[in-house]
Design a protein around this ligand. Structure first.
Ligand SMILES: Cc1cc2nc3c(=O)[nH]c(=O)nc-3n(C[C@H](O)[C@H](O)[C@H](O)COP(=O)(O)O)c2cc1C
Ligand SMILES: Nc1ncnc2c1ncn2[C@@H]1O[C@H](COP(=O)(O)OP(=O)(O)O)[C@@H](O)[C@H]1O
Length: 324
């Protein structure tokens, strides 16, 4: 196994092999059914592409292969206009692992990827390296130098290189085209229920619990603080009803995303109070799943007023779950 690749194991069963670098990809004798895309957010449109790719892999006895990126191509293309990420590599890996493919390549989108001629990408990466026999992509996928590669080019080369293809049409819901941009906007506006609807699942943030100032315990409201992650700022500040997964168990929780203005703090962070937990969680990994937004984060005049508001949030959260 290469230095950067992982073998994911679930219940001892070997499942998905992950490559973090093109150099790590090994020859795949059996041939592959490939899904190609950025897949930020992994919404219902992406899931459709991935499911169709997997179905063909099963039908044609090919290996299922997801080729995606660990960063957004726009970080190189237009650094001043990089969309906030819906999810980072940690969350992507989490969902891909659940979907269970044979191979996942999380390629860093660098100068080499940016400057590759699309025809060369098809020949050297898809055909030669991945031994691609079938390709599934979304209707608007672009690749290679200046984004010149598109579905028409992929179709045009299929006969010469001996692969079949399927182009997946946009998924529509309520006359709205589901896209990463749509979901990003909904999260930024705090419309979590709508975002979840188009994601086909609950938006979540996964991370390590870090030590903070220890104020939570002094107000009898311990909160697990996540290590700062870039994609936290994609969610509008405020208080949310959430469900937290810790060591595979689900817990009710109430979460604040914001800067804690009452304590004049800086920088956006995410902290959650988990029901039924009364122990140290430092260094543990938790997943916070967003369900409903309760209110804006506010600057209170006193700690007492803040505590009262937090107790109110707690009661709203408990009432929500009791009614479920
Ligand atoms: C449910 C909930 C609601 C919160 N609402 C606010 C708020 O409106 N304004 C604010 O300044 N901080 C808010 N906070 C953050 C608290 O100020 C924070 O939990 C406290 O400062 C303890 O921080 P520490 O864990 O970093 O010690 C909220 C936290 C929770 C869990
Ligand atoms: N119910 C709970 N929800 C969240 N964290 C809890 C809970 N009970 C205990 N903890 C632990 O207490 C810590 C939070 O206490 P707090 O005083 O807010 O400290 P800090 O400022 O370091 O976050 C969490 O990181 C976790 O280790």
């Amino acid at each position: 196994m290469g230095k950067n690749s992982w073998d994911r194991k679930i219940n001892g069963r070997k499942t998905m092999k992950i490559f973090f670098d093109i150099e790590e990809i090994e020859p795949i004798e059996a041939g592959t059914s490939v899904a190609l895309g950025s897949f930020d957010g992994l919404h219902i449109g992406h899931i459709e592409v991935l499911n169709r790719m997997k179905r063909v892999a099963e039908e044609k006895d090919l290996k299922s292969f997801v080729y995606t990126f660990s960063n957004h191509p726009r970080e190189l293309l237009s650094p001043d206009n990089v969309p906030p990420k819906i999810m980072d590599v940690e969350e992507k890996v989490q969902i891909f692992t659940r979907l269970d493919f044979d191979y996942l390549a999380l390629v860093k989108f660098d100068m080499a990827q940016l400057s590759i001629e699309p025809e060369v990408f098809i020949e050297t990466i898809l055909v030669k390296l991945l031994n691609m026999k079938h390709l599934t992509v979304g209707y608007d996928f672009h690749f290679g130098l200046k984004g010149r590669g598109d579905v028409e080019m992929l179709k045009a080369f299929s006969e010469q290189y001996g692969y079949t293809y399927e182009i997946v049409k946009p998924i529509m819901k309520n006359d709205i085209r589901v896209s990463s941009t749509l979901i990003r906007e909904l999260l930024i506006e705090g419309k979590i229920e709508e975002a979840n609807y188009y994601l086909g699942r609950r938006h979540f943030v996964k991370g390590v619990v870090v030590r903070s100032k220890g104020l939570g315990r002094t107000i009898n409201f311990a909160t697990a603080n996540l290590r700062i992650k870039e994609n936290i700022s994609t969610i509008k500040s405020g208080v949310y009803i959430t469900e937290t997964i810790l060591r595979g168990q689900k817990y009710r929780s109430v979460t604040n995303v914001g800067t804690n203005p009452t304590f004049n703090q800086k920088g956006i962070h995410l902290e959650t109070h988990i029901v039924g937990i009364d122990r140290d969680l430092y260094d543990e990994v938790i997943e916070v799943h967003f369900i409903k937004r309760l209110r804006d984060e506010m600057k209170f005049n006193s700690v007492d007023a803040l505590v009262e508001a937090m107790q109110n949030d707690y009661r709203s959260m408990m009432a929500y779950f009791d009614a479920e």
